[in-house]
Design a protein around this ligand. Structure first.
Ligand code: TF8
Length: 339
């Protein structure tokens, strides 16, 4: 016979196990298979978070809703997946906000160089009223934005030479995302900037079609860019978010309960993703050095010069996203910084 003290937790555990699936059954949830596309490898911060999202969608729906994860840009680059979502040919994806500007111009806000200084500011701004407002703009274009994940602070790599000052960038053929702010920014800095989808980037570097690129440490590491890039410069020139998207056509056909499952699971995946990404980023630089990369830390004066040059793109971004949103963002950041 069990001791009295041992019986209670056992009964409680049994009760929970029975109630949880029953609660899911009582909800208005149908069996659903959801294709979720992403661009990075399975063994990346993006791939790990996609898995957490899938696990939680399944759990919260009592096993009825399932995500089919399709990574490595197997469903095409970000822009192609966005169109598939809009058309209803694909249900979900995660990708860069930067590749969304052709659809929702307000997304360009997140391309502003040196807008966000640290992760505290990033989380507060993206999860606050400004982030919500930008995300909501997607709906009229056929997309629903659930949450922002962290891609991260972007840093520069190349195969030509160490970049220790602005002038060293001159003439370097640098791949940028398909986004005008990035294109203009790196032109202003003197690089020969070329837009290219992420899915073509590794090959472009391997074949020397481009000399360099910029991405967070996490991606430089997980995508093995160190195999084809010798030099890394710590620039942290912009904080780049990812955004989890649902096809609006698909979303409109879901019940309230099904939407709540996706929304809740997305928030769980976001919190996991940011933690995981930050832990990986904190260790990545040491690892990249051990893989043979030569790292240049820019002097504060040099960062200052870069910042000064890049502020030239700000006026254009403000016009594009609208002065009201631009000013609201500055005010919101001031509030966050004062906290
Ligand atoms: C890039 C981005 C990529 C994303 C990803 C494929 O350089 O940083 O991480 O677009 O979703 O293209």
């Amino acid at each position: 016979l069990m001791k009295k003290t041992a019986r209670r937790p056992l009964l409680a555990a049994l009760g929970l196990a029975l109630i949880a699936p029953l609660a899911a059954q009582a909800q208005d949830i149908k069996p659903r298979l959801i294709r979720f596309g992403y661009g990075l490898a399975e063994a990346s911060n993006q791939g790990r978070a996609a898995k957490v999202l899938a696990e939680n969608v399944e759990k919260l729906s009592g096993g009825k809703m399932k995500l089919r994860l399709i990574g490595g840009a197997a469903l095409g680059p970000d822009t192609q997946m966005q169109q598939a979502l809009i058309g209803g040919a694909q249900e979900m994806m995660v990708g860069s906000t930067a590749t969304l500007v052709g659809i929702t111009k307000e997304m360009a806000l997140w391309d502003t160089p040196f807008l966000i200084n640290n992760t505290k500011e990033a989380d507060a701004l993206l999860d606050g009223p400004v982030g919500d407002k930008v995300k909501a703009k997607l709906e009229e274009k056929g997309l629903v934005g659930l949450v922002y994940w962290e891609n991260g602070f972007r840093n520069l790599t190349n195969s030509k030479r160490p970049v220790n000052k602005l002038e060293d960038l001159s003439g370097i053929k640098l791949r940028v995302m398909q986004n005008n702010v990035y294109l203009d920014s790196f032109k202003i800095l003197g690089a020969n900037a070329v837009p290219l989808p992420y899915s073509e980037l590794f090959t472009a570097m391997e074949t020397n079609a481009v000399d360099g690129q910029e991405n967070p440490y996490n991606t430089i590491l997980s995508a093995k860019f160190y195999e084809v890039q010798k030099y890394l410069t710590v620039t942290n020139h912009v904080y780049a978010p990812w955004i989890v998207l649902v096809s609006k056509k698909y979303w409109d056909g879901l019940s309230k309960d099904e939407r709540a499952v996706l929304q809740k699971a997305a928030v769980i995946s976001r919190d996991f993703e940011r933690k995981d990404t930050r832990e990986e980023a904190a260790k990545a630089l040491v690892e990249l050095k051990s893989k043979g990369m030569q790292v240049s830390e820019l002097s504060p004066a040099e960062i200052g010069r870069m910042r000064d040059k890049l502020t030239k793109v700000n006026a254009g971004i403000a016009t594009n996203v609208g002065m009201e949103l631009w000013n609201e963002t500055q005010a919101e950041l001031a509030k966050i910084r004062a906290k």
